[in-house]
Design a protein around this ligand. Structure first.
Ligand SMILES: Nc1ncnc2c1ncn2[C@@H]1O[C@H](COP(=O)(O)OP(=O)(O)OP(=O)(O)O)[C@@H](O)[C@H]1O
Length: 418
C-alpha cells in the first residue's frame, strides 16, 4: 500500500551569530502546526504549515551536568523524544523487513547533524537506532536456536562534487571521478565497489561510523572544504534468518539509509569562484534536482501520471530513488533556524518540507517468495478466523488443494499446516 512520506520539522536554539545580532524568533509551533512570521511585515498573519511532527527545541531546556539537554517544561523536544517518534518506527519496520530512509534537509547550521547524528551526550537518531537495534539482536541471540542468525552491515558514503566516495575505505577517496553509480533492473541505482562492513555489536558500528566521519573530515580538509559541502549517506543492512512458526527457515532483509544532506542555502549561493564555485554548483545541482524530483513526485501523487521524475539528473537523487519513489518507508526531517535574519531560507525549507508531504512510497517486505506466500496466507488465515469468530462466514474443511483443518488451521497442499 502506498504511504505518504512522514515529515517532521525541528527548530533549534539561537546560535552565537543570531544572538550577537539580537535576533527575534519568527517561528511558533502549536501542536503539529508550524507558523512563520515575515519580519518585514509583522502585522500580517503568519504563514501556517502542518506536518506529522513540529518539534520545538528552541527554549525551555537546561543542560544536565553530563551535557544532555533536557526539557524544563512541556514544549522542548529533546533527542529522546525525536527518537521515540521517528527512530523507533524505523526500528520496528527494519525488524519487519522494510527498507527505511530518513533524510535531513535545511540550511547550513540549522541542526541537521544534531538530529541525525547528534553531539556528545545528545546522541541523534543514528547512534540511538544502532543501540536499539543491537539491544534487540542481543535479546534474540540470548534465546536463539541453532538456525537463527542476525547480521548487520554498514556502508558510509559521501557525495562531494557529484562524486561518490566510500568513507569506510579511504583508499577509494582519492579515485578520480569517485566510485561508479550503476543501475540494476531489480535493485535500481547502486554504488559499485562500495564497502559493506559486517558489524557485530553497538561498539563496533559506533567506532566504524566515527572512522567514516573522520575520513569525511580529513577528505574535506584536503580538498579545502567543510563537511557541510557534502551529502553523507549511512546505510545499515539488516538481515534476519530464523525459523518461522512452522519451523521453516525465513530470511528478511532491510536496508536503512540515514542521510545528512549538505546545507541547502548553497543552492542559491552566489559570488563564489574556482573550487568554491564548483562545489557550490555541485551541491546546487544535487539539491535543486532533489527539489525537482520532489515536485514531480508530488505532481504524480495528484494523478498526473505523465510526469517524468528526473532521478538521473544528480548522483544524490539516483541514490535516493528508492527512498523517494520506491520500496521504502521514508521520513524527512527539516531543520529550522528560529531567527528573523534567516527568514527567506527558513521559509524555503518549510515550503520544501510541505511539498515532500505529498510524496507516496510503496514499501514491501524484503523476503523470499515462499516466505511471502506463507506470511500472506497466515495473515489471510488470521483475518478469516476473525470473520468466523464474528459469525461472518463458514468454511469447508480439508480438501485436495488445501483447506481448513477441523481446528481452524489453514492447510495448503505441499506446505505445512499454518
Ligand atoms: N535541537 C537542538 N538543540 C540544541 N542545539 C542544537 C539543536 N539543533 C542544533 N543545535 C546546535 O546548533 C549547531 C548547528 O547544528 P548542526 O551542526 O546540526 O547543523 P547542520 O544543519 O548539520 O549544519 P551543516 O549543514 O553545516 O552540517 C550545533 O552547535 C548544534 O549543537
Amino acid at each position: 500500500m502506498a504511504e505518504s512520506v512522514k515529515v517532521a520539522v525541528r527548530v533549534r536554539p539561537f546560535n552565537d551569530r543570531e544572538k550577537n545580532r539580537n535576533s527575534t524568533v519568527i517561528i511558533n509551533m502549536v501542536g503539529n502546526q508550524t507558523e512563520i512570521k515575515d519580519p518585514e511585515n509583522l502585522s500580517a498573519d503568519p504563514r501556517r504549515f502542518s506536518f506529522d511532527f513540529s518539534y520545538w527545541s528552541h527554549d525551555e531546556f537546561k543542560e544536565r551536568p553530563d551535557g544532555y539537554l533536557e526539557p524544563t517544561g512541556t514544549k522542548y523536544a529533546d533527542q529522546q523524544t525525536v527518537f521515540n517518534d521517528l527512530g523507533k518506527g524505523i526500528i520496528d519496520n527494519a525488524w519487519k523487513g522494510y527498507n527505511c530512509s530518513l533524510f535531513a534537509y535545511g540550511q547550513t547550521g540549522s541542526g541537521k547533524s544534531y538530529s541525525v547524528v547528534g553531539y556528545g551526550k545528545n546522541q541523534g537518531i543514528v547512534p540511538l537506532f544502532c543501540d536499539d537495534l543491537f539491544d534487540g539482536i542481543e535479546k534474540k541471540r540470548s534465546t536463539a536456536g541453532e538456525n537463527e542468525e542476525y547480521q548487520v552491515s554498514l556502508s558510509m558514503l559521501e557525495i562531494y562534487n557529484e562524486q561518490v566516495r566510500d568513507l569506510l575505505n579511504p583508499k577509494t577517496i582519492a579515485i578520480k571521478g569517485g566510485l561508479k553509480v550503476r543501475q540494476d533492473p531489480k535493485k535500481g541505482f547502486y554504488v559499485e565497489q562500495m564497502t559493506l562492513k559486517q558489524v557485530n555489536s553497538y561498539e563496533e558500528i559506533d567506532s566504524k561510523i566515527n572512522e567514516g566521519t573522520r575520513n569525511r573530515t580529513v577528505a574535506s580538509t584536503n580538498m579545502n572544504a567543510t563537511s557541510s559541502r557534502a551529502h553523507t549517506i549511512i546505510g545499515i543492512n539488516f538481515t534476519q534468518k530464523c525459523p518461522n512458526d512452522v519451523g521453516e527457515s525465513m530470511t528478511r532483509t532491510s536496508i536503512v539509509n540515514l542521510v545528512d544532506l549538505a546545507g541547502s542555502e548553497r543552492a542559491d549561493s552566489t559570488g563564489a569562484t574556482g573550487d568554491r564555485l564548483k562545489e557550490g554548483s555541485a551541491i546546487n545541482k544535487s539539491l535543486s534536482t532533489l527539489g525537482n524530483v520532489i515536485k514531480a513526485l508530488a505532481d504524480q501523487s495528484t494523478g498526473n501520471k505523465k510526469v517524468v521524475v528526473p532521478y538521473r539528473d544528480s548522483t544524490l537523487t539516483k541514490l535516493l530513488q528508492n527512498a523517494l519513489g520506491g520500496n521504502s518507508k521514508t521520513i524527512m526531517i527539516a531543520a529550522l533556524s528560529p531567527a528573523d535574519i534567516n527568514y527567506e531560507e527558513t521559509l524555503s525549507t518549510l515550503r520544501f518540507a510541505d511539498r515532500a508531504k505529498a510524496i507516496k512510497t510503496t514499501a514491501t517486505v524484503n523476503e523470499s517468495p515462499t516466505d511471502k506466500l506463507i506470511r500472506e496466507l497466515r495473515e489471510e488465515n488470521a483475518k478469516l478466523m476473525e470473520m468466523i469468530k464474528s459469525g461472518g462466514i463458514t468454511l469447508p474443511i480439508g480438501g485436495g488443494g488445501g483447506g481448513y483443518t477441523t481446528d481452524g488451521k489453514l492447510h495448503i497442499t505441499g506446505l505445512s499446516t499454518i
